[in-house]
Design a protein around this ligand. Structure first.
Ligand SMILES: NC(=O)c1ccc[n+]([C@@H]2O[C@H](COP(=O)([O-])OP(=O)(O)OC[C@H]3O[C@@H](n4cnc5c(N)ncnc54)[C@H](O)[C@@H]3O)[C@@H](O)[C@H]2O)c1
Length: 260
């Protein structure tokens, strides 16, 4: 799973999963450009402290100008680009909201779906055979119940984005895959964790999945690093679910003990 000599660009790298992915890629030897709307310098500093190579760049990863600038920066600093982790995302309201405005819906699609597409489009001219693209989807993109309607629809779009792009890149030797996390403790889910802790219900987090716990960003990052590496050389157009088994089973109501 070595990424020595490779250059990786991670969007949303100031956040939980993006920061963990940037560190996991750097730990395998990649030089990393960490990009985020918020200043991702702290992520680059952590990588430096780990002994790795990284630079930070603050910009909007869901515009043509931003995605063009981040790819140009990676080339300027590191001279090449081999790995793109298109990870930046926003959740919007967590509960289904049938009254969501068109503008709010469009903004979630812009960041979560058009952003990864723009990042892929900007990166492609620089990617050579053996390069790898990983997008962060979500179990919310597989079925309902794990987010608001615009969020779930945007992540379903990401799943098809990797399938369609992998097909469109036939013959190039460039792989495109997605990770689909379940519930992971990050700044995005911090309010949910804080609320559960405040109510003394922390132990109930993640109880719907067979592992009966929430996940950690590093557990997603390890899968991103694998998909980015040559160890995943025959995995293409796939969605790898990292959810403790949540999406593997349907919800059911267990019988009370001793009940018939
Ligand atoms: N945390 C979870 O439970 C979970 C589950 C499934 C999928 N995801 C997905 O994982 C990805 C990372 O989320 P996270 O949980 O680490 O949350 P997070 O909020 O910590 O990270 C998201 C990062 O994206 C950045 N961002 C948002 N809009 C941007 C833009 N336009 N340009 C550049 N950066 C932008 C934010 O500043 C933030 O740092 C997201 O795509 C999210 O939808 C998270």
């Amino acid at each position: 799973m070595s990424l020595a000599g490779r250059v990786a660009l991670v969007t949303g790298a100031a956040g939980g999963i993006g920061r963990a992915s940037a560190r996991a890629l750097a730990a395998r030897g990649a030089a990393v450009l960490a990009v985020d709307l918020r200043d991702p310098t702290a992520t680059a500093d952590l990588i430096h402290a780990d002994g790795g190579r990284a630079e930070a760049l603050a910009l909007d990863c869901a515009t043509e100008a931003g995605t063009g600038a981040m790819v140009a920066r990676a080339l300027d600093i590191f001279g090449r680009l081999d790995v793109l982790h298109a990870n930046a995302g926003i959740s919007g309201p967590l509960n289904p909201d049938l009254t969501v405005s068109a503008a709010d819906f469009a903004e979630i699609l812009r960041v979560n779906l058009i952003g990864p597409w723009l990042a892929i489009r900007a990166a492609l001219p620089q990617l050579k055979p053996g390069a790898a693209i990983v997008c962060t989807a979500s179990v919310a993109g597989l079925r309902a119940g794990a987010g608001g309607i615009p969020y779930s629809a945007s992540k379903a779009g990401v799943i098809n984005l990797v399938q369609s792009t992998a097909a469109a890149l036939a013959g190039t030797g460039i792989r495109v895959n997605a990770v689909a996390p379940g519930l992971i403790e990050t700044p995005m889910t911090a309010p949910l964790y804080a609320d559960a802790r405040a109510r003394g219900r922390e132990g109930r987090i993640g109880q719907l999945n067979p592992l009966r716990r929430g996940g950690e960003a590093g557990e997603v990052a390890e899968v991103v690093a694998f998909l980015a590496s040559d160890a995943a050389s025959y995995i293409n157009g796939q969605v790898v679910v990292v959810d403790g088994g949540l999406s593997a089973s349907l919800p059911f109501a267990p019988r009370p003990a001793g009940g018939s």
